[in-house]
Design a protein around this ligand. Structure first.
Ligand code: FUB
Length: 367
């Protein structure tokens, strides 16, 4: 992940915002409202769920009848913006809950700090959580003392934590963005990986390489990973496997297919007995999805769940509550476009009669 160069969409949005501010000033001074000066205003479809701190990468689950949200905790550490995402320098995690999708958001406070994780050095990125037999497991990526991303696990007897970390990261774990899916048969699977700053492209040989190594544009793109979890959810029960994302002809999506290839932010949910693998396309900023018949895939590309948001990253989770489906995501509206200071939001998600997800936009441009 990198923010060195802003995307055209992001720049366009900033221009629109500044146009709007200029227009507002003009309107205030002249008290005249022409058609032209009110054009191109961004209207966000939802408000940040939390406004007194920055929250990103929200992983939502229904535990004990409530919605629990496990986000990253963005802050401005003063690190310069670098290609490797160094400025996403998060150092702790907070947990939030809602009685229902329309209830107020409760902040349960800090649940884990990098200082308490023996193996971790910095950059606590997108986490997730799972419940098993009344115990709660918090999964999180962080860079270890050698600056290699690993995935850790911490435990609690309550969904709101606090969580006690294991002394070592999950053996054989690497890269970022763990998402743990509990299947209807009681098995648990971890999906993970992210290219660029997430380092997935450095593991193509099975060993960590010091240099980035991407397949050529006409070769299959770097694959996200999946592994079944052990019974105690503290380790992988198997070697992580590649996830195949296929195009409409059954071919693997290639590196050059920037609009559809995997970048980061994997999530899996089940709808009408099909597995939906959704993910961020990263520098093309979509949340895309693909459908399969097994938790291991292959998954066939279907389309876009959520179009680019204000900001650079796009990251989401999908959860069912009371028969309705919701997407949790983030944008940079609260920080007025600062891409590393994000705020979580939610919207209802709908399917058509064929199980296709209706594409969402997080804002409109009003006249
Ligand atoms: O929050 C840090 C990173 O930004 C996450 O791990 C990625 O998915 C992206 O949202």
């Amino acid at each position: 992940m990198t923010l060195k160069h802003y995307s055209p969409l992001f720049l366009a949005i900033l221009i629109l915002i500044s146009c709007d501010q200029k227009q507002q000033k003009q309107e205030n001074s002249s008290a005249e409202k022409s058609e032209e000066t009110t054009k191109d205003t961004i209207v966000f479809k939802s408000e940040p769920l939390v406004k007194d701190q920055y929250t990103a990468d929200p992983s939502a689950h229904v535990f004990e009848g409530k919605i629990f949200i496990y986000p990253s905790h963005d802050w401005d550490s003063g690190k310069p913006e670098m290609d490797d995402g160094n400025h996403f320098n998060m150092k702790d995690y907070y947990v939030f809950s809602m009685e229902s999708p329309t209830s107020e958001v409760v902040n349960h406070g800090k649940v884990l700090d990098v200082e308490d994780v023996a193996w971790a050095k910095r950059q606590m990125w997108a986490p997730d959580a799972a419940e098993k037999d009344g115990e709660y497991f918090f999964f999180f990526p962080a860079k270890d003392k050698d600056d290699i991303f690993r995935i850790g696990v911490a435990k609690s007897d309550k969904p709101e934590g606090p969580f006690t970390p294991e002394k070592e990261p999950i053996e054989g774990s690497f890269s970022i963005d763990p998402a743990v899916y509990k299947d209807t048969d009681g098995e648990y699977y971890m999906y993970f990986g992210g290219i660029w700053g997430g380092q997935l492209q450095r593991w193509l040989t099975g060993e960590f390489e010091d240099e980035d190594n991407y397949p050529a544009d006409d070769e299959p793109a770097v694959a996200p990973k999946v592994a079944k979890m052990s019974d105690d959810l503290l380790s992988f029960a198997e070697e992580p496997r590649d996830i195949e994302i296929l195009d409409e002809n059954g071919g693997l999506i290639t590196t050059g297919d920037n609009e559809r290839r995997f970048f980061e932010a994997a999530w899996v949910h089940k709808y009408k007995d099909k597995y939906y693998f959704s993910y961020s396309t990263g520098d093309t900023h979509n949340i895309a999805y693909a459908i399969g018949d097994s938790p291991y895939g292959p998954f066939t590309y279907q389309g876009v769940v959520l179009e680019p948001v204000l900001g650079w990253t796009n990251h989401h989770s999908i959860v069912e509550f009371d028969g309705k489906w919701y997407i949790f995501f983030h944008d940079s509206s609260l920080s007025e476009g600062k891409t590393f200071l994000r705020s979580m939001k939610m919207m209802e998600l709908e399917y058509d009669e064929d199980g296709k997800i209706k594409t969402l936009q997080s804002f409109t441009e009003a006249d």
